[in-house]
Design a protein around this ligand. Structure first.
Ligand SMILES: [Zn+2]
Ligand SMILES: [Zn+2]
Length: 373
């Protein structure tokens, strides 16, 4: 088993591990090679196995005290999510996906289906990839407490018939959902490949995943069943936590999926940071990017970890995205902005940036669209 890839506080590599486990007995094959030092790009900081964002835009907030004070006392909750399903159906309709279309993706272009929150089914160059799958009712440690979804998933895991790989951005409960991982393993078994940031591989193996590729920022992996497809973990400004004692003991990140004709960028869960310009220089342009646009208010608490729509548009520009899809909104109540504000602010911010409203869109839950044909 490999130890987490770590940099000391000067950014120097101290361990050097990108590993993949493809065997039932969990023996690991170390795939470390020259690519680890290929990039001189900004790396995560790591001290004693705890990761940290390397940019000045990151502030180590006192999450618990500040969060409690701001969210419970100082700031107003403007989310106003309707109680009535009829009202929700009017503004956030949930469509049943066109499964025929998913089973027969186009030869050209990137086909994307919004499953909800940060879960997107993306099909390009003959591969089907799912991002941060969550089909459960709550994004929480337990299913009887914690943020509950106000829009249902448009389908069940069992309805999906094609899936080759899953990318996970980080281990927060709204992005790494135990129930969804179990269901996906039950449905697709060892045909499925899991791409995770370093520090999360063991959790995936414990949850029954067979093919787990764990990478640090700027590390690449040629997808074994189809080596024409490359997966790379790239930076994001965020953090990790699943238990009381594991804060930032796993890394977070964004993902690049590049095929012979098309490319896709998944920004995961992130604040704005300088890393996106580097991603654009290294891997841009992209035919499609999935970029978060929600869960940003109050800014006094959220600015260091979640982008707002203006910053999402800046990421779209920085990574040289031809088309972008707004994600991480309209599904779970996590923060205080009006629940439809991410969708209405996005075109306003595009206009302010002199960009076409068509280049960065939202989809209905369950809706499929082809980008970059
Ligand atoms: Zn998160
Ligand atoms: Zn999130």
């Amino acid at each position: 088993m490999s130890e987490p890839c770590c940099l000391d506080t000067s950014g120097r590599m101290t361990e050097n591990m990108a590993s993949v486990d493809t065997t039932e007995n969990m023996a690991s094959v170390n795939t470390t090679d020259s690519r680890i030092n290929k990039s001189t790009r900004t790396k995560p900081l790591c001290t004693n196995g705890v990761y940290k964002n390397p940019w000045k835009t990151w502030k180590d907030p006192d999450f618990v005290l500040k969060f409690m004070y701001k969210m419970l006392i100082a700031e107003k909750d403007c989310s106003n999510i309707p109680c009535k399903t009829q009202e929700l159906d009017k503004h956030l309709p949930v469509l049943t996906p066109e499964f025929d279309q998913l089973e027969n993706p186009p030869n050209s272009g990137v086909q994307a289906t919004w499953i909800g929150h940060a879960s997107v089914l993306v099909q390009l160059d003959g591969i089907t990839v799912l991002t941060d799958p969550i089909f459960s009712d709550r994004c929480s440690m337990v299913q009887w407490l914690g943020p509950k979804r106000y829009r249902p998933p448009p389908c069940k895991v069992d309805d999906l018939t094609v899936l080759d790989a899953v990318v996970i951005s980080h281990n927060h409960y709204d992005h790494l959902d135990h129930g969804s991982v179990v269901s996906l393993n039950r449905k697709f078994g060892d045909k499925l490949w899991w791409y995770v940031p370093i520090g999360t591989r063991q959790w995936m193996l414990n949850t029954g995943c067979k093919n787990v590729v764990e990478l640090s920022w700027w590390e690449e992996h040629q997808h074994s069943p189809n080596p024409n497809i490359m997966f790379a973990l790239t930076p994001a400004q965020h953090w990790c936590k699943r238990t009381a004692t594991d804060t930032n003991k796993a890394l977070w990140g964004s993902w690049v999926v590049k095929g012979p004709k098309h490319s896709f960028f998944f920004a995961g869960d992130t604040a704005y940071c300088e890393g996106f310009k580097e991603i654009g220089e290294e891997y841009g342009p992209f035919d499609l990017s999935a970029i978060p646009i929600g869960a940003y208010a109050p800014r006094s608490v959220m600015a260091a970890q979640h982008v707002d729509p203006a910053e999402a548009v800046q990421i779209h520009t920085d990574v040289k995205s031809r088309n972008s899809l707004g994600i991480h909104w309209g599904t779970f109540k996590l923060t205080y902005e009006f629940y439809l504000e991410p969708q209405t602010r996005l075109p306003e911010e595009l206009r302010k940036a002199d960009l076409s409203e068509d280049c960065f869109v939202t989809l209905k839950h369950g809706e499929t669209r082809i980008f970059g044909e």
